[in-house]
Design a protein around this ligand. Sequence first.
Ligand code: A3P
Length: 314
Amino acid sequence: MGNRGLQPICPIESRLPPPDPEQIPLRTLQFKRALLHELRKGNATKEQIRLHNLVQQLPRAIIIGVRKGGTRALLEMLNLHPAVVKASQEIHFFDNDQNYGRGIDWYREKMPFSFPHQITIEKSPAYFITEEVPERIFKMNSSIKLLIIVREPTTRAVSDYTQVLEGKERKNKTYHKFEKLAVDSGTCEVNTKYKAVRTSIYTKHLERWLKYFPVEQFHIVDGDRLITDPLPELQLVERFLELPSRISRYNLYFNATRGFYCLRFNIVFNKCLAGSKGRIHPEVDPSVVTKLQRFFHPFNQKFYQITGRTFNWP
Ligand code: A3P
């Protein structure tokens, strides 16, 4: 027999499945993530940028809102995809006149380095509610993909209030109770001048966007489901972005201490969102909650009708 018993029956390569041409660049990209991470921290040399053919690309998709809908979680979770690169900071290019005046090259320079076939995504939730933004984004790229993550409108309004309240408390300032802000004490009606209420009238804002973009260019993400069961929501987004499905159960694990899903990039690197995400909301008078839910109801119906996505909101 001699060494003949150690001879492979067939060459090892022929036992591997044929390579999927679509997968190769993605796998390569996964290995190069570490490099992109260094670049993000500003540690890249010009030589590395040239060598790896890295570019700063304008976003091909933007998470335009809604504030407190889960915009950060959505961005971070999409960033698990090897073909996605996120702009870490909110750039506020289109909603801030001063930034907008700096021009599109300024905006591009705010973008992270990426490989040419990756897509860049940024999120600035103020875009959704700011009058001038749809036209400005349209002028940059009329075929851009727009993501909107929504939560049950009353919960979102309370979350919005909680964030502002925390900011006031940090500065040792007092603040009104939610009930006082959300209901007009003179008329006892819902106070539509209160920003946290107005932001939750999703259909009003969306209608402004629809003057520029067709409804097919929007994808609505269920922010309540992103909290309880994120993967199916992320898979819908992958499809909308025309990306191969790469985010898996492995990438998301429930952290009981945080009470939220956290992210697993690989065997060594995982992270949860900052503690400012997932605040405890103050108790709100149930009659005010009901009043708000009744107020939002017709707007919600319109929103379902326009977007084709229905939620079990009251
Ligand atoms: P709350 O603080 O009201 O719980 P945004 O990033 O748009 O400001 O949204 C913040 C919300 O994201 C939080 O609202 C939280 O509920 C939600 N969220 C969704 N998924 C999350 C996650 N995995 N970790 C932390 N917060 C998450």
